[in-house]
Write a protein that binds this ligand. Structure first.
Ligand code: NAD
Length: 255
């Protein structure tokens, strides 16, 4: 029970990796504040966590809204008396080269993937300081480190999350607050599956093909990434700070 009595805020809690995070932290006795823009699924995920015996609250809303980001942290602190762990997991993936990227695509990607991480972390750090420490795990992407083709807004936002992680990690470390990021390659979640559907492909077949491109033999399942995020949030990673950890199954970025 690595997270017994710890309050954890999870964004994107109704998504692929988010649901795996909720299950994992619920099973390890954390107190959960679950966030997602999809109110119905956010509520359903919180109810599943409660049914599994966890203390779980949720606050649905849009991470593009600064007031919502701040209310989420305040809500966790009010319900549970503080904040110990923040998992900035939510993300969106607009597709396009710079010429194909509209202003709306650009600002949405930057708002959700980057600026919300800034708002949430800034609101959470004072609560972590009051607790004598804490952990923030951001979800960047291996495409933020080595950009993949044709996703300029996404890759830029994820690259900035990696830079923000190193900056915050440096500044927060003296307060015993460890800030790290996970940088996954492809994960079998709705994010990637809906992308295949939009391109007229069968997601199961497309993932079978994608699996062949990974030296470990398959793309990641949500639980593979949730396990790494939980490790970084736990005391087992007590000397890891301001780090970006690539989780790729040994697959390089190419194309
Ligand atoms: N799936 C992949 O291949 C992959 C690879 C590398 C990194 N990532 C990153 O992993 C993280 C988790 O992604 P996933 O694959 O589980 O995706 P997902 O689409 O399954 O889940 C993302 C969740 O974020 C929520 N969300 C989106 N916009 C929001 C907003 N404006 N406000 C609040 N919530 C919002 C969605 O409703 C969704 O539930 C993301 O940051 C993503 O960029 C994913």
């Amino acid at each position: 029970m690595r997270f017994e009595g710890k309050t954890v805020v999870i964004t994107g809690g109704a998504g692929g990796v988010g649901q795996a995070l909720v299950k994992l932290f619920a099973a390890e006795d954390a107190r959960l504040m679950i966030s997602d823009v999809d109110a119905m699924r956010c509520q359903a995920v919180a109810e599943q966590a409660r049914a599994a015996g966890a203390q779980a609250e949720y606050l649905a809303g849009n991470l593009r809204d600064k007031a919502y980001c701040e209310a989420l942290i305040e809500g966790a602190a009010q319900h549970f008396g503080g904040v110990d762990i923040l998992l900035n997991n939510a993300g969106i993936i607009p597709r396009g080269t710079i010429e194909e990227t509209t202003d709306e695509m650009w600002f949405t990607a930057l708002d959700v993937n980057l600026t919300a991480v800034f708002f949430l972390s800034r609101a959470a750090i004072p609560y972590m300081k009051a607790r004598g420490g804490g952990a923030i795990v951001n979800t960047s992407s291996v495409w933020g480190i080595y950009p993949g083709p044709g996703h300029v807004a996404y890759c830029t936002s994820k690259g900035a999350v990696a830079a923000l992680t190193k900056n915050m990690g440096r500044d927060a470390a003296p307060f015993n607050i460890r800030v790290n990021a996970v940088c996954p390659h492809e994960i079998n979640t709705p994010m990637i599956r809906t992308g295949f559907e939009r391109r007229g492909l069968d997601p199961d077949k497309a993932i079978q093909e994608l699996n062949k491109t990974v030296p470990l033999g398959r793309i990641a399942e949500p639980e593979d990434i949730a396990d790494v995020i939980a490790f970084l949030a736990s005391d087992q990673a007590r000397y890891i700070a301001a780090e970006t950890l690539e989780v790729t199954g040994a697959k390089p970025v190419s194309g």
